[in-house]
Every structure is written in structure tokens, then in C-alpha cells.
Design a protein around this ligand. Structure first.
Ligand SMILES: *Cc1c(COP(=O)(O)O)cnc(C)c1O
Length: 386
């Protein structure tokens, strides 16, 4: 049936779900509906669109598309990944509690410990690679378990199905930040999670040219709440950003294949270099999360962290790269490299960083989709300077 994409493959859904040819002109691409309001047919009668904080066709297309890719009841697009996470946290009330994977995205940690803590929302941070730690952190007031897998930069892997079971047995919900894997490699709702979070800034948009976030709800009831908060709080994705993200998603399948092929090859190459003390990549057989990752995802992704021993060596690498760019962020077509201790994790106190294993010699790569030979040559010439 035309318009029913459920039975189709991933890339077919990525290109078509949520998108019909424009009813006015037949344009194959969903237009950017740059409008703040909509004319009524007559008093009391409209076409389902009243005011653009609440309804916008470009945003709706993106939301339906991401919901179809993650297999949820509804999608909700926001101005940033953090706005999506802040909206998710409105499920939690004063006096209630959330258990987090330690080492989740730094902005999530900051939001919980410096903003929501002011409203009496409590949080615990545990090594969720061992679910016994999650279980012992549960309290009668625990409303939500929140995991990010794999984590940045240590690539710690959490068993999503196991975490969902724990949450549900406790009467709580499981939310998964799926930014690193994208729905192409990992679909948490199929493994029992209740809500999926993405920073679309990363792989979904994929071209390092917009900031955005989405939530995907498993149930219609949660979806209605997220729509209500979108309307009430207003941190929605703009029509222009929605268009860009939708455009990015059309090539998600081919991009992820190439991101990962480059990621695997770079990880293997780095692991064979005497100057590299250790490589953290879930695709390597000696990675502690390798088996779980293999079971719950169909790929290992494009994020690689490695240890050059000390700050001076890491700095020499970072200052020397030519094809790779020294920058925060990840998931774009260009390969980026960064220094977690002084960049993404600078706000984490040194003793906490040490606890997480984020030493000064660590370097992270987000493998892009350039020619592998150029990336390998760049690794070799930058390592020569170390
Ligand atoms: C970037 C990122 C976020 C935050 O998203 P923004 O779009 O920067 O607000 C959340 N989670 C993960 C895993 C991220 O990488």
C-alpha cells in the first residue's frame, strides 16, 4: 500500500516515512513551511494547523520519520539534544529519582546536577556495564533509568534489554540515549526501552550543520505528554532545521556503513601501533562490552578512543593532524579528533575524571566518511610526531 512504510527496509523508510509529495505542487521533498500561523477556513474550522509552535508540517514530517526508524508511537523534535533531554525529564517529579550510566553526555550531567537538583529531582550515577550496580541504586522513588550506550569517551556498553527488565520490574521507565549508534545500528525500543533520545546534531543530521534533538516514545500516552510539553515549553525544532535533519536522514544507511567501515579500520590500525597504549572500541574483541554490543546492535559505530600515554603526546597528535579536524562533536561526514580531558570533559572534576578512566593521554576520533587511505595516512603522519 502506498504510504505504508512499516514493512519496508531501513533505508526505504529513511527516505520515505513521514513524507508525502506536497499536496499543492507534487514537490518530492517536504518544503520548509516558514510560517508562524495558519488561516482558518471559518471560525471554529481549520486544517489541523493553528499556530506553528504546536504544528508545523516540516517538523511533523521529521517526527514521523524518526518514529518510524526507531519503531515508536511518536517522535518529537527539539531545538537541541539537551532540549529533548530536558523534556524527557519532565516525566520525573520533585522527590523522585533517576539512575544514570556514569559517564553520560556532560550536558546531561550538568542539567541534572545543577538545574533539576534545584527542583528536588535526585540522581545517582553508576557503572551500568554491570547491572548489579543499577539494581543496588534503585530506590522506592526511582522513576527512570537512563543509559547511554556506548558512552563517550570510554565506550562503556550497557545491556539495554537487561536494564529494561530491571526498570519495569521496579515500576520505572528506561530511556536510552541512542546518539552514538543511530537507529541504523541499534533500536532500543525493540529491546524493551520506553523512550529513545537523540542529539540529531550528530549522525542523524550527519553534516555538522545544525543543532537538534528528538525523543521517540514507545507509547501513545507518553507521546501525548511530550507533545504537550513541546507546546508548553516551546523548545521545538525550527522548520529549517527540521528540513536539514530530514535531508540528512535520507542517507543515514549509506553513511553509517561507511562511518563504521572507516571506524573499524582506524581502530584496528591504531591497535597495531606501538605508540598507542590502548584502544577503546566496542568492535575490538578485547573490549569488555564487545559481546553485549554484538548482541544488541548490528554495528560498532565510528567512535574510537585511544591512549597515547600523557598530555604532551596527545597534544602533539592533535596539533599535527591534517585530514582530521581538531574539534568537539561527532557524527558528521568529516573526521574529527578531540581531547576529552580538556574539551568535552573539562567540566568534570579531575578526581571524577580519574575514576572514569579519562586520563590526559586520551584522544578520541569520530570517523567520518572520507577515503580510508587518507585517514590512515593521517594517523601515521600524526603518530610520527608523537
Ligand atoms: C551531543 C550530545 C548530546 C547533546 O545534544 P546537543 O544537540 O548538543 O544539545 C546528548 N547526548 C549525546 C550522546 C551527545 O553526543
Amino acid at each position: 500500500m502506498k504510504g505504508d512504510w512499516k514493512s519496508r527496509g531501513f533505508s526505504t523508510r529513511a527516505i520515505h516515512a513521514g513524507q508525502q509529495p506536497d499536496p499543492t505542487t507534487g514537490a518530492v521533498t517536504v518544503p520548509i513551511y516558514a510560517t508562524s500561523t495558519y488561516v482558518l477556513d471559518e471560525l471554529g474550522r481549520h486544517k489541523g494547523f493553528e499556530y506553528a509552535r504546536v504544528q508545523n508540517p516540516t517538523r511533523f514530517a521529521l517526527e514521523a520519520n524518526v518514529a518510524a526508524l526507531e519503531g515508536g508511537a511518536s517522535g518529537h523534535a527539539f531545538a537541541s539534544g539537551m532540549a529533548a533531554i530536558a523534556t524527557l525529564m519532565t516525566l520525573v517529579r520533585t522527590g523522585e529519582h533517576v539512575v544514570f550510566s556514569r559517564n553520560v553526555y556532560g550536558g546531561t550531567y550538568r542539567f541534572m546536577t545543577q538545574v533539576l537538583s534545584r527542583y528536588g529531582v535526585e540522581s545517582s550515577w553508576v557503572d551500568s556495564t554491570d547491572l548489579a550496580n543499577v539494581r543496588s541504586a534503585l530506590r522506592p522513588t526511582t522513576r527512570l533509568i537512563y543509559v547511554e550506550t556506548p558512552t563517550n569517551p570510554m565506550m562503556e556498553v550497557t545491556d539495554i534489554a537487561g536494564a529494561a527488565e530491571l526498570a519495569h520490574a521496579h515500576g520505572a521507565l528506561l530511556a536510552v540515549d541512542n546518539t552514538f549508534m543511530s537507529p541504523y545500528f541499534q533500536r532500543p525500543l525493540e529491546l524493551g526501552a520506553d523512550v529513545v533520545v537523540h542529539s540529531t546534531t550528530k549522525f542523524l543530521n550527519g553534516h555538522s550543520d545544525s543543532i537538534g534533538g528528538v525523543l521517540v516514545a514507545r507509547s501513545a500516552e507518553q507521546g501525548e505528554w511530550f507533545s504537550f510539553v513541546q507546546k508548553s515549553e516551546g523548545a521545538i525544532a525550527s522548520p529549517f532545521d527540521s528540513f536539514l535533519i530530514l535531508r540528512g536522514i535520507k542517507t543515514l544507511g549509506v553513511r553509517m556503513e561507511r562511518h563504521e567501515a572507516n571506524g573499524r579500520a582506524l581502530a584496528a590500525h591504531l591497535a597495531s601501533q606501538p605508540k598507542v597504549r590502548k584502544v577503546f572500541y566496542p568492535g575490538l574483541a578485547d573490549h569488555p562490552g564487545h559481546a553485549v554490543q554484538q548482541r544488541q546492535a548490528s554495528g560498532f559505530g565510528a567512535l574510537i578512543t585511544f591512549d597515547l600515554g600523557d598530555f604532551a603526546a596527545a597534544k602533539r597528535w592533535l596539533d599535527r593532524v591534517e585530514v582530521m579536524s581538531l574539534a568537539e562533536s561527532l557524527g558528521g561526514v568529516e573526521t574529527l579528533t578531540s581531547h576529552p580531558a580538556s574539551m568535552t570533559h573539562a567540566s568534570v572534576p579531575p578526581d571524577k575524571r580519574a575514576e572514569l578512566g579519562i586520563t590526559d593521554g586520551l584522544v578520541r576520533i569520530s570517523a567520518g566518511i572520507e577515503d580510508l587511505a587518507d585517514l590512515l595516512a593521517d594517523v601515521d603522519q600524526a603518530l610520527a610526531a608523537v
